[in-house]
Ligand binder design. Structure first.
Ligand code: PHE
Length: 337
């Protein structure tokens, strides 16, 4: 009888320190298994005096049921705890602040380039493209730029070989497009151009937008009208526009287009160097020699062309006079746009 109490006490101690399902399994084997403590005791039943046997057997049975019940109870306790901790570990804390990733945005040069394109597209211009690695012929020769012209100087042009260069302006797209298409033509040609030059207002790569209109009756006043509309949409409708005589080998007559200084309103400041005017474009009537080069009849067709620097317009628009800021990729600078 004392045995039974000892077994019970020992079992309860071990049960208290069992923390896992595996511990319980071991306890089960140890007490209830085929070679377990209870089985061994029951085997001794025949050695017990006959009159004590029923009581002993009853107590043993009760102990067995007690142990089974305790193990089962503890088992479900452990299972519950495991389930609770699993749920807790998988829980999503909806009160945590979200992880915020700053969205990227357009580079200011891209924004202005898109604005320029949108304005001309709204006036019915198509867009054309041409190669950045260009033949000397399209960049110079076909544009009536003679061999000894200063624009051909090694200082300005990146040479790939004697007759292959990086285009120094988008004007070769004028020639390539006119070779492919017949008038009437009305297109712009945006893209990258390259010049061996670097200071506060020059980078070796920059962007231009070329524009060309060719038809039977295109006049200088058409050019003025289109560019005035452009300036008024790009800057403001009160921005004055001025055409100044100039020279380009591929236009005749040629003009440089100035706008009233958008910083000082024309009074004169550091940016406009006291003149009240800012140069933004080169333009002119397509030189008949260019028409001849592409096989257009200069007696039948006239046209105008213009070219502008996107960086220059961006710098004026945002009043930032060091072009290098746009290409340093300093996130603090770019975030301001
Ligand atoms: N291609 C000229 C330049 O890069 C600009 C221009 C284009 C002038 C078209 C007249 C006509 O300076």
């Amino acid at each position: 009888m004392a045995d039974i109490n000892d077994i019970k006490t020992a079992f309860l101690q071990e049960l208290a320190s069992a923390g896992t399902a595996a511990d319980l399994q071991q306890l089960k084997v140890k007490y209830l298994g085929k070679k377990g403590i209870l089985t061994a005791k029951l085997k001794l039943l025949p050695t017990i005096p006959a009159e004590e046997r029923p009581v002993y057997g009853k107590l043993m049975n009760e102990l067995k049921m007690f142990i089974e019940g305790e193990i089962e109870g503890k088992e479900s306790e452990i299972r519950d705890a495991e389930r609770r901790s699993k749920i807790a570990s998988e829980a999503i804390d909806i009160t945590l602040p979200g992880k915020y990733t700053k969205p990227g945005k357009m580079h200011p040069i891209s924004t202005v380039l898109k604005e320029i394109i949108d304005i001309f597209v709204s006036m019915g211009f198509d867009t054309e493209v041409g190669p950045e690695v260009e033949l000397d012929y399209y960049n110079f020769e076909a544009l009536n730029i003679p061999k000894d012209h200063p624009a051909r100087d090694m200082q300005d042009t990146f040479y790939i070989s004697d007759d292959v260069i990086l285009r120094t302006h988008t004007s070769p797209v004028q020639v390539r497009t006119m070779e492919r298409k017949k008038p009437p033509l009305r297109f712009i040609a945006p893209g990258k151009v390259y010049r061996c030059d670097a200071d506060v207002s020059h980078t070796p790569m920059f962007h231009q937008v070329e524009g060309v209109v060719v038809d039977a009756d295109i006049s200088f006043s058409d050019l003025k009208g289109v560019l005035e509309i452009f300036v008024h949409l790009m800057f403001s409708k009160d921005t004055p526009v001025r055409f100044r005589p100039s020279f380009f080998p591929f236009t005749e007559p040629s003009a440089e287009v100035d706008i009233g200084c958008i910083l000082c309103g024309g009074a004169g400041c550091r940016v406009c160097k006291g003149t009240g005017w800012l140069e933004v474009l080169g333009a002119g009537m397509v030189n008949p020699r260019v028409f001849e080069m592409v096989g257009y009849d200069p007696e039948r067709y006239t046209g105008f062309a213009f070219g502008m620097g996107v960086e220059r317009i961006t710098m004026l628009k945002y009043s930032i006079d060091d072009i290098r800021m746009y290409y340093e990729n300093d996130i603090r600078f770019l975030r301001q746009f």
